[in-house]
Design a protein around this ligand. Structure first.
Ligand SMILES: *Cc1c(COP(=O)(O)O)cnc(C)c1O
Length: 399
């Protein structure tokens, strides 16, 4: 009996070490990792540059406080500003906190302009923004809000895709539109470029802020540094986490200067956010992600993964009904129950994957994945479908 909260349907499997794309149990059994700690371990396991940075940081000051200057934090922020639309960064320990900061920044921007009633955010069904009180409200999934008291007010939801319907929801209280350019947990759906462009145009027309949650789809995963780059648009505020720390708890809220300027002393804070250890690792991860050819290779591997998944669909049309995603946030909508199928892949084929909404098998390999790894993973999925076929054939039909 575990002493932990029972909030997870945990597997008994425990890993002792990792190397590149693979995790190993104490008895040495190897698992191919297309889960990467749910999109976190962007560089896989044991990247020498990142491990070296963490070890070096361990010999220095681990933690001070944000009341002191943290040189590694200043440097990481400047590099993120140089590489993106943003002018200013607030560091957090998680994705939900990055989204919280984004929500607070948007609301406070209008408050500081005297528009105190302008606090409502339009968000989308099928989204996921974290598990804090405000981010479950933003996600709007009743499964996550039920039983936790009054839902934080100020969020309206509709299905993504219909710009006219979005515009109808905009009123004098609306301050921002919030979405994931690629919905991860909801079912790996990439928002169409025209929808993203249209939302940017709606925000410009109505004086709203565009907030993007790139916690899962950002940091190189789609084959651009950030997924919105595919649409040629920029947000006003963006939440980042997961890949940014390569496994060290780190997140960030990035904002344009016209928005960040209302976040003056006292408006927001975090004890740990952006501490020296976290930012030393963050800088090392960024060295790798922005290194020559890294993101271009993610783009190439994303295309190879999509191709191999299409092959799977052709070969097993009764099991695979759709190929989804962008780059290395990919998925297949399958007919067998996805949670059972993820367990089967792990148990019988030593492949780690993730379930997503709409019965989608989600694949989030470390960004260092090779085509040989992709062939191995899709081969394992094919083996699992073949095993399902064999089981169906040997099970007598029930009349
Ligand atoms: C994982 C995730 C979050 C929440 O991040 P945590 O670190 O678990 O708080 C928020 N938004 C998206 C899109 C995510 O994938």
């Amino acid at each position: 009996m575990s002493a932990l909260y029972g909030t997870y349907a945990r597997s008994d499997l425990a890993f002792e070490r990792g190397e590149g794309m693979r995790l190993f149990t104490a008895d040495g059994t190897s698992y191919l990792d297309f889960n990467s700690g749910i999109g976190v371990n962007a560089l896989g396991y044991g990247d020498p540059h990142v491990v070296g940075a963490l070890k070096a940081a361990a010999d220095k000051v681990w933690h001070t406080s944000n009341i002191f200057t943290i040189p590694e934090q200043e440097r990481l922020a400047q590099r993120l500003v140089d590489a993106t639309f943003a002018d200013a960064v607030f560091f957090t320990n998680s994705g939900a906190e990055a989204v919280e900061c984004a929500i607070k920044t948007a609301r406070h921007h209008f408050f500081a302009r005297g528009e105190v009633d302008r606090y409502e955010i339009i968000a989308f069904t099928g989204s996921f923004h974290g598990r804090t009180m405000a981010t479950i409200a933003a996600g709007g999934n009743p499964h996550y809000t039920e039983g936790f008291g009054p839902v934080v007010p100020g969020f309206k939801h509709l299905a993504p895709g219909d710009l006219a319907a979005v515009e109808k929801l905009i009123d004098a209280k609306t301050c921002a539109i919030l979405l994931e350019p690629v919905q991860g947990e909801g079912g790996v759906s990439a928002m169409p470029v025209e929808f993203l462009k249209g939302l940017r145009a709606l925000c410009d027309k109505h004086g709203l802020l565009l907030i993007l949650d790139e916690v899962q789809c950002g940091y190189g995963r789609t084959g651009k540094f950030f997924a919105h780059e595919w649409a040629g648009i920029t947000p006003d505020i963006m939440a980042v986490a997961k890949g940014i720390g390569g496994g060290f708890p780190l997140g960030a809220c990035l904002a344009g200067g016209h928005v960040a300027d209302s976040m003056v002393p006292g408006t927001h804070g975090s004890t740990y956010g952006g501490n020296p250890l976290a930012c030393s690792v963050g800088n090392a991860v960024l060295d790798r992600v922005l290194g020559p050819g890294f993101i271009a290779n993610v783009d190439l591997m994303g295309q190879r993964l999509a191709w191999h998944l299409q092959q799977l669909q052709q070969r097993f049309p009764n099991y695979v009904t759709e190929v989804r995603g962008k780059g290395l946030i990919a998925g297949i909508k399958i007919t067998p129950p996805v949670r059972d199928f993820v367990n089967r892949l792990r148990r019988d084929h030593h492949l780690l994957a993730v379930a997503a909404g709409e019965n989608v098998l989600r694949l989030l390999p470390p960004l260092i994945v090779t085509e040989a790894d992709i062939e191995e993973a899709t081969g394992k999925i094919a083996d699992a479908f073949t095993a399902l076929d064999a089981e169906a054939a040997s099970t007598p039909a029930i009349d």
